[in-house]
Design a binder for this molecule. Structure first.
Ligand code: THU
Length: 132
């Protein structure tokens, strides 16, 4: 990969600065590294109708896909928490849709991180293969 985990986390930290989280006050940023080297970042975008909220990971992935990227190497997630911020279940499903071997870097407010694959975070994911 062209950039390392720490650099991708830095993009997630910058994206966190754009979080729209007036209700939870929990700011999240994510950054996706696409094959080819382009980075797409995103933040959580909340809504007064809470269920309309979009997580940072899905914002980043939907931005990438809508720009034509579908093959991803890694995604980094960051929040202001002292704990590592993991993708929620819905975001794991969206991540699994695209690149089976994709790496997921979960990080905390200090920038410390742990590395997983999406397969580790969502084993047995339902995919298009299951519809054949
Ligand atoms: N959130 C994310 O953006 N990503 C995660 O991985 C966990 C949760 C957001 C959704 C909501 O805006 C806030 O964090 C609290 O759940």
């Amino acid at each position: 990969m062209m950039i390392d985990a720490r650099e991708l986390i830095n993009y997630a930290i910058i994206a966190k600065g754009k979080a729209y989280a007036p209700y939870s006050k929990f700011r999240v940023g994510a950054a996706v590294l696409a094959k080819g080297g382009t980075i797409y970042s995103g933040c959580n975008v909340e809504n007064a109708s809470f269920g309309a909220t979009n997580c940072a990971e899905r914002t980043a992935i939907f931005k990438a896909v809508s720009e034509g990227a579908k093959d991803f190497i890694a995604i980094a997630v960051n929040s202001d928490s002292e704990n590592f911020t993991y993708p929620c279940g819905i975001c794991r499903q969206v991540i699994a849709e695209f690149s089976a071997g994709m790496k997921v870097y979960v990080s905390n407010r200090k920038g410390e991180y742990k590395e997983y694959t999406i397969n580790e975070l969502l084993p047995g994911a339902f995919t298009g293969e299951d519809m054949k």
